[in-house]
Design a protein around this ligand. Sequence first.
Ligand code: ADP
Length: 408
Amino acid sequence: MESRTIQIGGAVVTVDEAAETLQAIHGGRVDAVVVSNGEGHEVFTFRDAKHPFQLLIEAMSEGAVLTTLDGIICYLNPCFSTLIGMDSRQAVCRSLAEFAAPARAADLTALLERARTGPSARANLELIAHDGRLVPVQLSVSRAMLDDVEVFCVVVTDLTASVRQEELYRQARLEVEARDRLFSVAAHELRNPLAVLELQGQLLARLLDRSRNETVEQVIEPAKTIVEKVRRQSTRLGILVGKLLDVGTIGAGRLQLTRETVDLAEVVSTVLERSRPDLERSGSVVTAELRPARGHWDRVRLEQVIDNLISNAAKYGLGRPIRVFVESDPKVARVGVEDMGSGIPVEARERIFRPYERMAETCGQPGLGIGLYVTAEIVKAHGGTIKVEGMPDGGSRFVVELPIHDAV
Ligand code: ADP
């Protein structure tokens, strides 16, 4: 049977062909039609009608995605393609859910469900790019009709820069808060020894006033006590000021080590000897198991490390026994300080090594919250590690490991 023909412009086409062409034009699958009219060819383009919108979507600095109501991607613009690190050909026909970070997949499902039942929906979540990068985004989803099929129009805003800025802002705020806290704690900590020094000065002045009417023996003994107290408070002041200076030095990346051959066991003995009065005051009895462990380290800085750990054990050890050990294998020297005190909850075991961090429960004890920070930085500068673990019956065990590969 001969098919019926019609004439469009100068062209004669079958009715079926014409219907097909019109449907294709209507469906946006045709960019142009070429018509021959005997004098040559004439090109009619349909590009102009949709071109501005297409240009707009393609040039957008936000991602744009069209999906079916099941979330299957039909179209994505170049920005979204860059964001997920996958070109359009690879991404079309995949489910948008494939690009949600696993932890946020349920949030994406909920978002699409809200958009399915309401006019539009918006949520912040994380996408996972082709190379595994997590990208924080805001997704705005609304429904639209494409021909007679309902689709989701999804606008994707990359939040990486604003999340980074928020994080920087949060860190800066934490630092300012921590510094304020440090100033007030430092002022408080410095005031106590200063007050003692002032008082001892007054006592000494009074003693000297009276000394004209008293024997040398009557003056010397009280004067010795005063001098001892002055000495102890000056040492305390010196340590406090040293800690504050250390925070500045470390913060500026200027911590330098003066290495020499050192026996860690000797360092621990020296510190234990020096800390004897404080340990006695704390009530804790110390047992030490010290095996020689020689390496190429900074003696003074290591004394500082051990001193911090031992004085913390005395401070937070509730007067119970303390055990200190030094051991080594061919590659690593290990020093440990164990106490049976208040202990440190698992969730705080990382945080206490950060500057100005203290546990609320132990804040009755004086302290700046910088000792463990400085300790950890010194250990790090030696290429070592420090960790804290819980003891079976409460209390804590701090263990420092130092490499001995470059021992001389
Ligand atoms: P400071 O003792 O001056 O507060 P540190 O940086 O030395 O500062 O310690 C930080 C915090 O860690 C302490 O405030 C305390 O809460 C906790 N801590 C440190 N050592 C111990 C310990 N041996 N037992 C219990 N808590 C500890």
